[in-house]
Design a protein around this ligand. Structure first.
Ligand SMILES: *Cc1c(COP(=O)(O)O)cnc(C)c1O
Length: 424
């Protein structure tokens, strides 16, 4: 499609947008009394209006039923997580038995490491990306030390080539081959949080398996953003937070995937708790742990139902919309943002360098180096109603989240950006 950087063209795109109606489903922050343009759904998604109903339902059940709510609430609390199985498995391309919701993301990655990182002196290395999200780095370092290995020896980082912003697939595959038999685990982010680069999960997973390693994915920036086929790609495990693209609220619960091929593997260690125990016998208070079948067997504690309620509200919305429709809009609106940035670039003295890769390796995020600009531009944008994310030295990350961003938002952002640079 040939785009135009005009208000009329943006409005025209909005009028044909099948997801436009979802903008009404969200609550936008206001800046100086005006609805903000929100580009930071990759950090914290907006609150859907329907979320409050889900939370209120739990509050009301608790008030009316107290302890009985575990079993007789409309959505009983004791197996509340099972309501996620169908809709969430379609978001991540899994079998319903392969997904569960529990804990928070970094905690789940630690728990997955208990099962899938079992180093021996011959096979103890982990491959990850350089400049991975800090929590992942700390998590990996502490796991390696816990097992008595040295991070500088056991953790192998895939580097970017000199002068390049993104990691090349061929370099990932070469590193996997190079570490070979010593490789115990590959753990990467499905979408890099800084650049928005999307990794080829299928190919990398296959390559890891070929050398006998487990392959797990941190899908913090991928869940609800990219097409995932975790089951078909034979991913061993994955975890994601629910508060970025999945709009479940600050710091909220994490989703977790464990491939069916591991469900019956009694050699896998796991840290157990009563909510992972055989559902039918959970309240018999038996001394011997007998795990539930499937990913639910990795549950530990009684469920944080008040946290799960907002995630359930959101997952139901994703189920309603469907990932294919979401991705179709994502591609078009990200392309429009890309186009508008390049048009504005021609009209101002500064240079924008989009460090996110091109179409086939990106999703809903453009990270832009603003050469010749600094923090004052970010402040200007915020004062004028645009919420972006600033990373030192002068990168802004822009996520035109398809569920609640309009094409008009993109056009207006472009105009404000231009004014912010010209009025310096
Ligand atoms: C956001 C994010 C996290 C956050 O982890 P929490 O445990 O939820 O704080 C971890 N890893 C990546 C890659 C992220 O983008």
């Amino acid at each position: 499609m040939t785009f135009e950087n005009t208000r009329e063209f943006a409005l025209e795109l909005d009028s044909h947008d099948p997801l436009a109606k979802y903008q009404q489903e969200f609550i936008f922050p206001e800046i100086k009394g005006k609805k903000a343009i929100y580009f930071t759904g990759n950090s914290l998604g907006l609150q859907p209006k329907r979320t409050k109903e889900y939370v209120d339902e739990v509050m009301t059940d608790w008030a009316k039923l107290a302890v009985e709510g575990h079993f007789v609430a409309d959505k009983p609390w004791w197996d509340y997580h099972e309501r996620f199985a169908n809709p969430l498995s379609s978001v991540v391309g899994a079998l319903p038995s392969e997904v569960t919701v529990m804990n928070t993301l970094t905690v789940n990655l630690h728990l997955m490491m208990v099962s899938f990182y079992r180093p021996t002196p011959k096979k103890y290395k982990i491959i990850c990306e350089s400049k991975a999200f800090p929590s992942d780095q700390y998590m990996l370092q502490s796991q390696v030390c816990f097992h008595g290995y040295k991070p500088e020896d056991a953790i192998v980082e895939i580097q970017r080539r000199e002068g390049e912003h993104n990691i090349r697939l061929e370099d990932v595959l070469a590193k996997i081959d190079e570490v070979g038999d010593e490789l115990a685990l590959v753990l990467l982010g499905g979408v890099n949080y800084y650049t928005g680069q999307v990794f080829d999960i299928k190919t990398i997973t296959e390559a890891g398996h070929k050398v006998g390693a487990y392959v797990g994915w941190d899908l913090a920036h991928a869940a609800g953003n990219i097409k995932l086929e975790l089951h078909d790609w034979n991913v061993d495990f994955a975890a994601w937070c629910s508060y970025k693209y999945m709009n479940s609220g600050p710091g909220n619960v994490s989703g977790c995937f464990i491939h069916e091929m591991h469900h019956e593997d009694t050699d896998l260690h796991r840290f157990a708790g009563w909510w992972g125990h055989n559902k039918e016998r959970r309240f018999m208070m038996e001394p011997q742990f007998d795990p539930c079948k499937g990913a639910n067997g990795w549950q530990i504690s009684n469920l944080p139902v008040l946290s799960m309620a907002p995630y359930l509200a959101s997952v139901m919305m994703f189920d309603e919309v469907g990932m294919d429709a979401l991705i179709a809009k994502r591609d078009q609106i990200t392309a429009y943002l890309d186009y508008v940035l390049k048009e504005i670039d021609l009209e101002v003295s500064s240079t924008f360098e989009i460090i996110t890769p091109a179409e086939n390796e990106r999703a809903c995020q453009l990270s832009v180096f603003l050469h010749g600009e600094g923090r004052p531009l970010f402040d200007y944008l915020l004062e004028h109603g645009i919420v972006t994310d600033w990373r030192e030295p002068n990168v802004i990350r822009l996520a035109p989240v398809p569920l609640y961003t309009s094409y008009l938002d993109i056009y207006e952002f472009g105009q404000i950006l231009k004014d912010g640079i010209n009025n310096k």
